[in-house]
Design a protein around this ligand. Structure first.
Ligand code: NAP
Ligand code: GCO
Length: 272
């Protein structure tokens, strides 16, 4: 008789994590590999793919990887066809690839706005559209979209990113609505503020060793009192990728240390 832990197994599944050379995507891939999945990843250039391959090799994880720009539908369709031929049909897609541009909205160029929207919102549309037909044919699948605190909150300088991540929350709900009948579950994973290269500019200390004001702000607004680490998201990602979440659909689940629930403390109390 199978036990509850069998529901977290990904044995025999093919998992594609986009933009997974490092950071959160690498953490998701590591968790999925430990649960038995075959790992597939892409990144935007050869340097990042090679960097990622070295990381996976260090972790003892065999991967299929290639350069693929998630905003380029021709490249995505070719990538999916090659994966399907060489590894197998994709059972799990994590739309993880993303960019952010921190610029005051009135100073942001249309090109900069479009770059963020195209990567963070249109990219998940393109990649999801590429894998859903084979998921339907194979009896179902999992799509996990990289949402954000900015799927729920705004702040200065991130208008494009917040608009994309807010839209991604609704794309998540719409894919669930339109394809749930084919046993496809589409949910969002919502990291809080996580220590990755993407947030490094918000954590870097001053030349005098002083704390970055945003670092103090985030730690004062997070009940856990710390930035998250990529590993803090691994268990949630595995849950959303596994049969354990087969009746969860259209949800965005946050691993934010309590940030979204807390009005915030005094940043002045954060002194080290
Ligand atoms: P990240 O720096 O946001 O980037 C993820 C990867 O995607 C990078 O390797 C990036 O390459 C790649 N990428 C960018 N554009 C691409 C494209 N067009 N095609 C293919 N790959 C592309 O990494 P992260 O901080 O680990 O975040 C991963 C995801 O979680 C992102 O969607 C991010 O918005 C989201 N998120 C992050 C946090 C956080 O605090 N870190 C919190 C909530 C949500 P480059 O290095 O060249 O950009
Ligand atoms: C920012 C940060 C955030 C994080 C993340 C929070 O500039 O506010 O980059 O956007 O990346 O999305 O969940």
């Amino acid at each position: 008789m199978s036990g509850i832990m069998d529901k977290f197994s990904l044995e025999g599944k093919v998992a594609w994590i986009t933009g997974a050379s490092y950071g959160l995507g690498l953490a998701y891939a590591q968790a999925f590999a430990e649960a038995g999945a075959k790992i597939v990843f892409n990144d935007i250039n050869r340097e990042l793919v090679d960097k990622g391959r070295k990381e996976y090799k260090k972790l003892g994880i065999e991967v299929y990887s290639a350069v693929c720009d998630v905003t380029n539908e021709k490249q995505v369709n070719a990538f999916v066809a090659d994966v399907t031929k060489k590894v197998g049909p994709i059972d799990i897609l994590v739309n993880n690839a993303g960019i952010i541009k921190r610029i005051p909205m009135t100073e942001m160029t249309l090109e900069q706005w479009n770059a963020v929207i195209t990567t963070d919102l249109t990219g998940p549309f393109i990649c999801s559209k590429a894998v859903i037909p084979s998921m339907i044919k194979n009896g179902g699948g999992k799509i996990i979209n990289a949402c954000s605190m900015m799927s729920e909150l705004g702040r200065e300088t991130v208008s494009a990113y917040a608009s994309a991540k807010g839209g991604l929350k609704m794309l998540t709900r719409n894919i669930a609505s339109e394809y749930g009948r084919y046993n496809i579950q589409c949910n969002g994973i919502g990291p809080g503020y996580i220590a990755t290269p993407q947030t490094e500019p918000l954590r870097t200390k001053g030349k005098d060793g002083s704390l970055h004001p945003f670092d103090r702000l985030i730690r004062s607004k997070t009940p856990a009192g710390r930035w998250g680490e990529p590993g803090d998201l691994a268990g949630l990602a595995l849950f959303l990728a596994s049969p354990a979440s087969d009746f969860v659909n259209g949800q965005v689940i946050y691993a934010d240390g309590g940030l979204l629930s807390y009005i915030g403390g005094d940043p002045g109390e954060i002194t080290e």
